[in-house]
Design a protein around this ligand. Structure first.
Ligand SMILES: Nc1ncnc2c1ncn2[C@@H]1O[C@H](COP(=O)(O)OP(=O)(O)O)[C@@H](O)[C@H]1O
Ligand SMILES: [Mg+2]
Length: 384
């Protein structure tokens, strides 16, 4: 590490980085800063430009426009091997004929370092594979092999570790374990991780900051909870978890915003609205399924004053253990989603029952109605 890099910090900064293939733009000009030591996730559906962005940071892909800075230093024209950056791919590509020790030692050997034992042992301990040092890759599980790949990259002491869907080949349970494991490793070594994934739960579990990408652009960037609670576009609202989006017309802008929707009036705090708030304008009201309570219509009088209410009829319910998920048809929306925790279940809440959905107006967010209400709603997992 040069003096210059140290004084400028180790942030990765992309300035106007873009990539076009012929007439097709895979990554639109992108400005992005990844703070040193952070766990940063690039999240988006297949084809949105995540890998291309990562490869431009690694130097494996030449940027069409823009500059890549690492710690204030322009590295745009450095070849990959001269960048203090390592990449872990989904296909971990371990050397099958070498044991785990030699796989991890590879980077050191290549640089002519002879005494590798201490460093390899430390790395294997970091990824909790000390007992497997003399096995061959095929004698390890998928998750263990992926940890070897991480150790093999980290032994080079990169300033930045790039991970491209590294857990994509693992089954769900193992993937969950590895998410926590990678997070632990990152916290322990303190190196910047840039993690690419199409799995929103994975991004939220692991990352300090998530950049949601869509069509070669970063649509929104923030801490997971902030993105979830305050999506600014329908794409983010639908892609990150599930949102109910109700279209309405602004009828009052005095204090809180009042919106006429589905034959009733709904309220939301003005500061939670990312759209223009002129009276008469249209708005999409967003409310997350777990923030809604469900009352049988017979109990409507018991609902506290001041809550947003929508009347409707249950069309579907699925019991999934920790919660029951209802689909409700109403004038405000044909398929509103409500998740109720299974504490004391109201046995009247069955398909066909007339119900009132009610929630705290403060939990409502507002989006510009001039957007595709269904953007980001199709799960990529379904598409792949
Ligand atoms: N070498 C290439 N030539 C032409 N198009 C490419 C090339 N590499 C990627 N693309 C296109 O660029 C877009 C972004 O690709 P990629 O960055 O791999 O997406 P992601 O990793 O988000 O799935 C895709 O539409 C893909 O088909
Ligand atoms: Mg990719």
């Amino acid at each position: 590490m040069t003096q210059q890099q140290q004084t400028a910090g180790g942030d990765v900064r992309l300035a106007g980085i873009s990539k076009t293939y012929g007439s097709f733009t895979a990554v639109q000009p992108l400005d992005l800063t990844v703070p040193q030591g952070s766990f940063f996730a690039l999240l988006g559906a297949s084809g949105c430009g995540k890998t291309t962005t990562l490869r431009m940071i690694a130097g494996l892909e030449e940027a069409t426009t823009g500059t890549v800075f690492l710690g204030g230093k322009d590295i745009t024209d450095l070849p990959p091997y001269k960048r203090p950056v390592n990449t872990v791919f989904q296909s971990y590509a371990l050397f099958p004929h070498l044991d785990i020790t030699e796989n991890v030692a590879f980077g050191l050997r290549r640089r002519g370092i002879k005494s590798v034992k201490k460093q390899v042992d430390d790395m294997l301990e970091l990824v909790q594979l000390g007992d497997f040092a003399h096995r061959k890759p095929h004698q390890l599980s998928g998750g263990q092999q992926q940890r070897v790949a991480v150790a093999r990259a980290l032994i080079n002491h990169p300033q930045v570790l790039l991970l491209d869907e590294p857990l994509g080949a693992l089954d769900l349970k193992l993937r969950r374990q590895m998410q926590l494991e990678l997070k632990r490793i990152q916290t322990e070594v303190g190196i910047t991780f840039v993690h690419v994934t199409h799995d929103q739960e994975e991004a939220m579990t692991m990352a300090d900051t998530v950049a949601v990408m869509n069509g070669g652009r970063v649509e929104q960037l923030g801490a997971p909870a902030d993105l979830y609670e305050n999506p600014r576009t329908t794409f983010v609202a639908n892609f990150l978890g599930t949102s109910n989006l109700i279209e309405g017309e602004i009828v009052s802008t005095g204090g809180d915003l009042v919106v006429a929707a589905g034959g009733g009036k709904l309220t939301l705090p003005r500061e939670r609205c990312s759209a223009p708030t002129t009276s008469g304008g249209r708005l999409l009201l967003g409310i997350r399924p777990e923030k809604i309570s469900l009352a049988h219509a017979d109990d409507a009088d018991d609902i506290a004053a001041g809550r947003n209410r929508v009347t409707g009829r249950i069309t579907d319910s699925s019991f999934i253990g920790v919660s029951t998920q209802y689909v409700v048809e109403s004038p405000a929306g044909t398929a509103l989603q409500v998740y109720e925790q299974n504490i004391e279940r109201d046995t009247r809440l069955l398909p066909g029952a007339e119900v009132v959905l009610h929630w705290n107006p403060a939990h409502t967010f507002g989006l510009d109605a001039a957007q595709d209400i269904d953007a980001g709603a199709t799960s990529v997992e379904d598409a792949e």
